[in-house]
Ligand binder design. Structure first.
Ligand code: SF4
Length: 268
């Protein structure tokens, strides 16, 4: 009991140490450059298509949707069954198609019949977040992605990978849930570093600090990780695993695909 309480009270990582972790990850997985930005309403639709599927499948679904309908205005007026058919490669099309139509309809209703959300860029961050959060099914993660990736605003988006890495590195404490983590992390990371933080931590979570078998053996921020010892003591961290991790390091380095941005349709 006393040990549990002490753990809860243990300090979280300071902003300076977080900046150092981002720098080390950027050296490993960077450089992080935005090659392409989607308009905000498109980014919002893409976040819906990205739920519970791979980047490849959600990219295909988005590109097929745009090929079939041409514009999001046409999607908003479209038949749910036709949207469902277009986005089928992304999975869960039965759930996502009505969700996309509903959210676009709500934007049209609240925004004078327009799907252009670029006005959000002119708002203070908290107001822009609140505007998006009133839309059906748009939570803090989707809000952060739209504002940061489409409009370049310093909004945090915490997905499952980033949340896990934050917990293991004790960037946040054990009582902070994923929803609260958005505000906590916005206070800890300087605005002009939010994008780098997001891309660095998501890469690290996907490629090294994996949910089941983190590759602690080759982790670039292992020296500063309070969870490393415990993770490496797990039965799965055998010598064989360690060998595989060392071999994997060569394939874990360098830039990967940019998250939250579908590949151009021509590259598929
Ligand atoms: S040492 Fe292990 S648990 Fe800690 S951040 Fe690295 S991979 Fe994750």
């Amino acid at each position: 009991m006393a040990e549990k309480q002490a753990k809860r009270r243990s300090p979280t990582m300071s902003p300076a140490r977080i900046a150092q972790a981002v720098e080390l990850m950027a050296q490993e997985y960077g450089p992080f450059e935005v090659e392409r930005r989607l308009p905000p309403a498109d980014e919002m639709v893409f976040t819906i298509l990205s739920q519970h599927t791979s980047d490849i499948n959600s990219g295909r679904a988005y590109n097929r949707l745009m090929e079939r309908f041409g514009t999001l205005e046409a999607v908003a007026q479209g038949d749910v069954a036709a949207i469902e058919e277009a986005i089928a490669p992304g999975g869960l099309a039965k759930v996502k198609a009505p969700r996309i139509k509903e959210v676009l309809g709500k934007v049209l209703e609240l925004n004078g019949g327009s799907l252009d959300l670029s006005f959000l860029r002119e708002m203070p961050l908290t107001e822009a977040k609140a505007w998006l959060r009133q839309l059906p099914g748009i939570g803090p993660k989707s809000t952060g992605i739209v504002l940061n990736f489409s409009l370049g605003m310093p909004a945090m988006a915490i997905d499952t990978h980033i949340f896990r890495v934050c917990q293991r590195l004790r960037v946040i404490d054990a009582r902070t849930n994923a929803d609260k983590a958005h505000d906590v992390m916005e206070a800890k990371v300087p605005p002009d570093e939010v994008f780098n933080f997001h891309v660095a931590f998501i890469n690290h979570g996907r490629r090294v600090c994996k949910a089941q078998r983190p590759l602690c053996e080759v982790c670039v921020v292992g020296e500063m990780c309070p969870s490393r010892k415990k993770m490496m003591a797990k039965p799965s961290a055998t010598e064989d695993e360690a060998k595989k991790a060392r071999a994997a390091r060569t394939t874990q380095r360098g830039p990967g695909p940019m998250p939250h941005i579908p590949p151009p349709a021509s590259s598929e």
